[in-house]
Structures are given as C-alpha cells and as structure tokens.
Design a protein around this ligand. Sequence first.
Ligand SMILES: [Zn+2]
Ligand SMILES: [Zn+2]
Length: 340
Amino acid sequence: MYAGQGRVEVGTVPDPRVEDPTDAVVRVRRTAVCGTDLHVVAHAAGLPEGFVVGHEFVGEVVDTGPGVHAHRRGDLVVGADFTSCGHCWWCRRGDHWECAERRFFGTGSAFGPPLPGAQAELVRVPHADTVLQPVPDGVPLDVAVFLGDTLATGYAAVQRAAPRPGDTVAVVGGGTVGQLTSLAAQACGAGIVVLVEPVDTRRDLAAAHGAVVATPDDARAVIDRLTDGRGADAVVDAIGGPRGLDAAFALARRRGTVVSVGVHTDTGWTLPVARAFTDELTLAFAIGDLARDAGPLLALVRSGVLAPAVVASETVPLDGVPEAYARMAQRRTLKTLIAT
Ligand SMILES: [Zn+2]
Ligand SMILES: [Zn+2]
C-alpha cells in the first residue's frame, strides 16, 4: 500500500467483498509491479496513505455478485488493468478505455474514480464479466499476469502500427512495454524489429529474443543500413513525453507510422508539422485493452508464439515488495512479479 511520497509498505486492510451485483472478488495468485506503479507512488497524485496499489493480476474467483454470468467460483482469471461496463456504445465498439465506467486499479484518480489495487491477496473487480478473462489450461500464471496491461499495450501498439509482413519496425525504449512490443511485432509478422535503448542489459534482453538492437545515438544509422536509407516503416514510442515522440519521428520513413504507447503527462509538444505533411506521416496513440484483445493474445501465448515471461526479472512474496519497488526504481530490475 501507498505509505507516503515515494514509499510503499505491506499492511492489513479489510477484505474486499462484493458490493455491486456485477462485482467479483478474486484471490490474487500472481501480480506485478509496473512502471506506472513507480510513477504513482513517486508522484502520489491524490493517493491516500494506506491505498492498495497495483493493476496487473491473475487469480482465482472466490465470490461473485448475482449479476456475474461469465465466471464462477474457482475459475482462474486474468484482469484488465481498468474497468469497463461491457455494454455501452464504446464498449460495444471494442473501445473499452472510453467507457464512462472506467476506473483504473490502484492508481488514484488519474483515469477515473479511485479503485483499490491488486498487489494484495484479494481484489474486488467491478463489471467482472467484462474485466476478467478466463485463463485456459496450460497458460502459466507467470505468462497470464502480463496479459492485463503490458502485453496488451505492446499488442495494441503493433495493431495500431499495422505493419505489413516483413516491415521494419523500430521500438524506442526497452522497458517492459518496449520489450513486449518487440515480441508482439515479431509474433504479428513484422520483418526486422529494431529496439532502441541506452541500457546495456535491456538491449541484451531484446537481442536474446529476436530484436536487432541499437543505442539511441546509433539507431538511425542501424535502421538506415537495414532499409537502404529509408527509415523504419513503423516506429513505436514506448518512452512517452516529447523525448519519446521526437526520437520516434527521427526514425520513421516517409509515409511511415509513429505510434506512441509511452505515458504522456505534458500538455503540449511541438509537432514537426512541415515534415509530417511533406512526408505524409501518420501519428497515433494506443492503450492496451484486454477486454478487446483477449482472444488473439491468449491464442498467441498458448501457441508459444508470444512468450512474455522472458522479461520478468524476479518473483517476490508480498513481504518483499517494498524492496522490489526500490530495485525497479534504481533500474536494477526490469519487471517484478509478486507471488501472493
Ligand atoms: Zn502496468
Ligand atoms: Zn462501457
């Protein structure tokens, strides 16, 4: 739980329970620490002390309200990182993020009314029929836990970039989302994927799993060599902010596509509009959506084509979470899983 500016601690809160007919309560088996958690805890945007953080989870349904029909007690499920009603105009289109019922687990009030998070033994899940997806037999917990946020995000980036088979895709940033974007692009038919990252160990990880790697300084030269000087067909910004967008634009070819999945908090950024016009660039943004993409994501992980667990650095018990946050914040680890 949040314990004041920059700190988390382990404590006891009342057990969550079914409050609305469409709620479920899930006993969390695996959860994870995300860059978003580090950001929320460091900046504490409206977070009360004692608030349970975390939004990536897989576990077992232990209770359901009378309005839950898709899941029953004992089912193994993975949760989306945000809630949506499943039946409004947006949800029916598959745009669950736009739902008026959106609440983001464990992050305060930035993306909807606060909803206690999943780095806990139990979590209450509103709109359980839409938010929870069944985990099929044979999908390990350490794989399923990626589906709700980071893998869904990487997959959404690739879908938005829509590379043609064989296209060169550049990924700016080798954090968890960047790494999973690289894997998703490879699984979805891209040709060469170039991951751009300053930290050696993160480049090594991407290189071990199919990417060509480059430092920010040599990225354009590496991509030029691979594309006869054209630039990347699609570039995914997995950093965010003006820095991520500028880096991504610098790598895109004429008529190329830039997709940003990095988190943005700046209100503005100078679009290089003359070039964007002359080169007919496409700029898009994407947010992961498990409720929309669970079908293809589960098919890709079940078949082994997409193997997200390779990015996990360590698995810790709940008692070890405060130290694990510190290691991640110091970039000594990339991604921490929590076994509850
Ligand atoms: Zn996350
Ligand atoms: Zn809705």
